[in-house]
Write a protein that binds this ligand. Sequence first.
Ligand SMILES: Cc1cc2nc3c(=O)[nH]c(=O)nc-3n(C[C@H](O)[C@H](O)[C@H](O)COP(=O)(O)OP(=O)(O)OC[C@H]3O[C@@H](n4cnc5c(N)ncnc54)[C@H](O)[C@@H]3O)c2cc1C
Length: 445
Amino acid sequence: MRTVIAGAGPTGLFAAIALARRGHAVTVVDRDPGPRPDGTWERAGVMQFHHPHGFRNQVVDALAAEMPEVLDALVAAGAERVTLPDRSMATGLRCRRTVFERVLRAAARAEPGVALQRGHAQEVLRHRGRAAGLRVDGRRVEADLVLDASGRSGRLGRGLRERPQGGDCGVAYVSREYRLRPGVEFGPMENPSAAGALYPGYGALAFPHDNGVFSVLVLRSGDDRELALLRDRRAFEAAAAAIPLLAAWTDPGRAEPVGPVLPGGRLHNTWSGQLDADGEVPLTGLVFVGDTVCTTNPAAGRGIALALVQARRLLALSGDLAADPEPATRAFDAWCVEAVKPWFDDHVEVDAALRARWAGADVDLGARLPSDLVWAAAEADPSLMRVIGPYAVMQALPSSLHEVEPRAREVYASGWRPPVPAGPTRDELAALVTRAAERAGNGAG
Ligand SMILES: Cc1cc2nc3c(=O)[nH]c(=O)nc-3n(C[C@H](O)[C@H](O)[C@H](O)COP(=O)(O)OP(=O)(O)OC[C@H]3O[C@@H](n4cnc5c(N)ncnc54)[C@H](O)[C@@H]3O)c2cc1C
């Protein structure tokens, strides 16, 4: 079967290799030219490319199941598989997104049965009411099956499906990469994949990657114009020195910056199934996968895990898709509604409550607690972790927390609140970054 995939991001490349190994003749089209001969890779259009990524174990499992040599190549490139400190469970991969994609792209290039083409996919071709390929820079790339893996900004499926649900998740990123000095360890971490500190009004995170490189990140409200000044290098450095978690990681004795300060655009929780507003498959032979189906607040690091579990489900259905694509597309959609959409719904709930708390509201004891507050309550009652643990590693859906939500609510009703870590308040941080940005001539006015 001939398959054309729009988008050579993690979803498109993973699906391409795995489908080729199932006998498909796969063409992957991406407007991105790939890495330059000097090794640099801008990846315009994928704004998150240079921002920190954590890779959950679902990503490791997907690679191990379908292309174990890619996992080996990632490890050879410096990525590190990580487990819980007691080694009871594998939790993911420490790796820069840039390294991850470089390795996956090289594997796709080397894969017999995969052709990687540069070009802009303009529209889905149709023949007798079915998808028949893609128009790419004016030329026809014909296929029996079209996968739209064009990511969160993809436009190919516009107007075909029911209106997407969701919207702005209310937070924005400012991040920077650093490299450890020789012989020095990563900074303090409460779990092997990241370190985090949440304050009323902002958050700070550190992500260990490969080869001694790590990223630090300040998470701010998308509306916070003063904290948007963190995009200024001196403002970011002042903040990194003032927030204890980031200060420990970025101490000049431990590490040096290896890239610019990267502001990020607005971030969205979005859900868009396969069907149109009438509940029909809009174009038989066209299937959406990855971020074209679901995006979630990236601070939880779920995007690529959700993308690759979708891709694995599609692979399981690939025989049915070849034989009779309409019911197979419906079956894929039904599975996504059960296994993927709950994560979108969870983020919508968590982010709305976080926005309210960042705006000064107390925990709302009149409504069901959002998952992050149920999780936080485990600090007061560690017995909750029995149920929270599987949710935390995405082995159980958010609804699994309902069992312990009443107990978590009792914890909050007693007056307990998650302790605020040492460090500047949002207003102190805003004053600090404003002063630093003004000194650098980059103030808000
Ligand atoms: C700031 C940020 C941080 C994140 N952090 C994490 C994290 O820590 N962990 C995690 O798991 N996930 C994270 N995510 C989510 C993760 O980046 C996405 O889930 C992932 O990129 C989805 O992969 P994809 O292949 O579906 O889409 P993309 O990576 O967006 O790839 C889509 C590809 O399609 C191409 N394309 C688009 N339109 C066309 C067209 N018309 N013609 C040709 N090519 C086209 C683009 O060039 C691109 O190469 C983060 C997201 C953001 C925004």
